[in-house]
Write a protein that binds this ligand. Structure first.
Ligand code: MCN
Length: 752
């Protein structure tokens, strides 16, 4: 089925938050700290309040909002690290909110922002994890003994591997990225009637956002309605705990006015960050290249306040053996606060970091032994008869066939042919070198498993409404769910309407993150459709005095007796008949009842082909091949689309994108002039193939695909670039592999 969503998007008729026609909305703009660390001495708003059109200038003392930790971090992080939504006495990163302006228009609000006088006494700052863990480092939270927010040790007492093993060590950095969605944070908050609040917001998780706002504003949950219209991408960055959303909601209630806040591009690039881990790795392996042990010391720079990003090294640890049977694993990890923006999730969230680390490791093992990287991988893969396979870090991989993906990608990209071409080129004295980068990945989707809300009902007009608790923000769920219902009930897509993103219309939901939607939401929709059909066929059979087994769908025309098309009840008639049945309202509302036990583990193998110019360090990606396995594929077009987007995101991290700060904690990458997003011209054609190893965990056999491309692509590209210059003596280069970085690595290798 082709995407149902695109026409409206392409002709510009879908409404994003900035498009919403809202009567009398006042504009909000934030005053943000331009110092990375300091004590607030005073905030003088007098000039700002005089700016024509300004309605209010609010600081912490005006707003009844308290410091908090996101729920996931509450049990892991000391209370001391809580983030005040609006700075009270200190600022800890450039971009931290110190005041908010409410005005008739956005230009007026911006004019007022410019004249709010904030006096801050600078404090010594730390802008990276290394500096933040020095013995004499200034403390962001002086009540704590150090800047380490989370320290964790795993299996550190494990017996060392036996003598006689080879070993290698390396350090690799997975640098900080920005999510950079099309529309940044955006919210319209409408107070009333009474204590209630309606919030239109760009989010991946409407129900979590509702719950969070209700909790922080001390309102009953049902007093808050969250509506998410078209969301211009989220990539993991639009979760529930955005301080901007809480502040706008609180101010709307305080002023009893509708407020709208649309984040600027530079605000977004300054604050929506992710990744930022360094791994010091030691591997033990034998003469055959079989890896016996992996020791990791991880340092995560989680920014000024530990939120979701501080937790993600745990995910990296969980997935750190990748597709390999490595019996002994130890980890020591620290999440460290620094005077930079707090980090959150970004596509892959902890798993790209794991894959990048272990896939660099396998290439280094191959290099040490002088064997081909493909061979080093084959010797370590978890075999097919090992599933379900529990890794030493505690992940239980549901199903897998890693060797097939590796073989298929080698065939798809003509790996042996490319190796021959590489050898040929190396015999000439040209300066353009060919590199092949492999990455075998496994990732976890739908994390802990669980369930998702889905309910189908017939409307009086005879339409089928399907309410779901997931929140599509680019993934094409309307198409996928429509396809599932249409094929289960044998009705045309035009009869089906998918309802999402409105807490008044969808009873509950966990939103869209962790590539969970199709396996949980899709399974639930599928199950609801089956149960709904049982109700419909029973009702129609009763009416037509026949057996439910003889009842079939006649599509749009209705439901009736097999082989007797004139004996059919139209859908509106079925709606009318359903009134009052089962003690429900009309429409036979039917819920899916699927619970998945545990996460599922999609996997694949990617091959990147790079040309690197020795004289300039310039990298040209000249080929990209991927074989991915997300279990049963529900909609190949959408799955491929997700892979394209994900792979480009991975390529972007490997070659281009990086959040940079100067030594004073001033962000240097706050526009697309400095934050290097790739264009289509920077990316080669992507050749995809799939294998299908169904998950045993859900009725569809589906696993997630939304993040797989990113997880697989980053290390493939990094390995390709390093492979291209390995014969010049280069062992490792950290991302992003800019011309300067690559050129410098070649020079360094040459001079040693
Ligand atoms: N699909 C399929 N068969 C499967 C699995 C998925 O056909 N076995 C298709 C489905 O049609 C579905 C799509 O792939 O519409 C994605 O499904 P799934 O893998 O379940 O992932 P989610 O829908 O839960 O999406 C989440 C994932 C995440 S975590 C991020 S981050 C992300 C991403 O998806 N952000 C995106 N893809 C994005 N795509 C866009 N355009 N914008 C973002 O912000």
């Amino acid at each position: 089925m082709r995407r149902q969503e695109d026409r409206e998007l392409l002709i510009g008729s879908r409404e994003f938050i900035a498009d919403l026609a809202v009567d009398d909305a006042l504009a909000v703009a934030f005053v943000r700290s331009d110092l990375a660390h300091g004590t607030i001495e005073s905030i003088d708003v007098s000039a700002a309040t005089q700016v024509p059109g300004v309605r209010a200038v609010l600081t912490a003392s005006d707003l009844d909002v308290r410091a908090s930790l996101p729920p996931f971090t509450e049990s892991l992080v000391d209370d001391e690290f809580r983030r005040p939504p609006i700075a009270t006495d200190k600022v800890r990163f450039v971009g931290e909110i110190v005041a908010m302006v409410v005005a008739d228009s956005w230009p007026a609000a911006l004019d007022a922002v410019d004249v709010v006088e904030v006096r801050i006494t600078p404090l010594e700052m730390v802008v990276n994890a290394d500096d933040a863990t020095r013995a004499d480092a200034p403390l962001l939270f002086p009540g704590r003994p150090s800047n380490v927010a989370i320290h964790n040790e795993f299996n550190v007492d494990a017996e060392p591997v036996s003598d006689g093993m080879r070993s290698l060590s390396f350090s690799t950095t997975n640098h900080r990225m920005a999510a950079a969605p099309m529309e940044g944070l955006a919210i319209v908050s409408i107070p009333g009637p009474g204590p209630s609040l309606t919030v239109h917001v760009s989010t991946q998780v409407p129900h979590w956002t509702r719950d969070h706002l209700a909790k922080e504003l001390d309102l009953p949950t049902d007093a808050v309605r969250v509506v998410a219209p078209a969301v211009g991408g989220g990539f993991g960055s639009k979760t529930a705990w955005e301080v901007e959303y809480l502040l706008v909601a609180a101010a709307a209630r305080l002023l009893d006015r509708t407020l709208r806040y649309i984040q600027t591009r530079s605000e977004n690039l300054m604050t929506a960050h992710a990744r930022g881990q360094r791994h010091d790795v030691t591997l033990a392996f034998d003469d055959d290249g079989v890896v016996h042990s992996l020791d990791v010391r991880a340092f995560c720079d989680c920014g000024a306040y530990p939120t979701v990003g501080a937790l993600l090294p745990a995910m990296t640890q969980l997935m750190s053996v990748g597709v390999y049977r490595i019996p002994r694993v130890t980890w020591v990890r620290d999440s460290i606060v620094t005077n930079t923006a707090p980090t959150g999730a970004f596509r892959g969230a902890g798993r790209p970091e794991a894959t990048a680390m272990i896939e660099r490791a396998l290439d280094l093992v191959a290099g040490d032994l002088g064997i081909d990287p493909i061979e080093a991988r084959r010797r370590n893969l978890i075999p097919n008869d090992a599933f379900p396979y529990t890794t030493p870090t505690g992940a239980t991989y549901d199903s897998g066939d890693y060797g097939t993906c590796l073989d298929l990608v080698a065939e798809l990209g003509d790996y042996q042919g490319l190796r021959a071409e590489q050898r040929r080129r190396r015999l000439t004295d040209g300066t353009s070198h060919l590199g092949l980068g492999l990455s075998c990945y496994v990732e976890v989707t739908a994390g802990q498993g669980g369930t998702e809300f889905a309910e189908i009902r017939i409307t009086a007009e005879g339409r089928l409404d399907v309410a779901v608790g997931t929140m599509s923000h680019g993934q094409g769920h309307a198409t996928t769910y429509t396809q599932l219902v249409s094929s289960e009930l044998d009705v045309p897509a035009s009869m089906i309407r998918i309802v999402q993103g409105d807490t008044a219309l969808v009873e509950s939901g966990h939103g869209t993150q962790g590539s969970r939607s199709i396996q949980l939401g899709g399974s639930s929709v599928h199950d609801a459709a089956q149960r709904f059909w049982t109700k419909v066929s029973t009702l129609v059979a009763e009416q037509l005095e026949t057996s439910p087994d003889d009842i079939v769908s006649f599509g749009e025309s209705g439901v009736g007796v097999r082989g007797v098309p004139h004996s059919t009840l139209a859908w509106p008639e079925i709606h009318a008949l359903s009134s009052g049945r089962d003690g429900t309202t009309s429409g036979l509302p039917t819920r899916g009842e699927v619970t998945q036990v545990g996460g599922s583990f999609p996997f694949g193998a990617h091959l990147a082909v790079a040309e690197v110019d020795e004289e300039t360090g310039r990298v040209d990606l000249v080929g990209y091949y991927a074989v991915d396995d997300c279990g049963t594929i529900i909609n190949p077009l959408l799955a491929e689309g997700q892979l394209h987007g994900g792979i480009v995101s991975g390529i972007a991290q490997a070659l281009f994108e990086s959040v940079e700060y100067d030594d004073n904690g001033t962000p240097l990458t706050t526009s697309f002039a400095t934050y290097a997003k790739p264009s289509a011209a920077d990316v080669p054609s992507i050749h995809l193939r799939s294998s299908v190893t169904p998950s045993p965990l859900n009725p569809l056999g589906a696993k997630g695909i939304g993040e797989s491309g990113t997880v697989g692509a980053t290390p493939a590209v990094q390995n390709a670039v390093i492979d291209a210059v390995a014969h010049l003596g280069v062992r490792h280069i950290d991302m992003p592999l800019s011309p300067e970085t690559v050129w410098s690595a070649i020079r360094r290798a040459r001079s040693t």
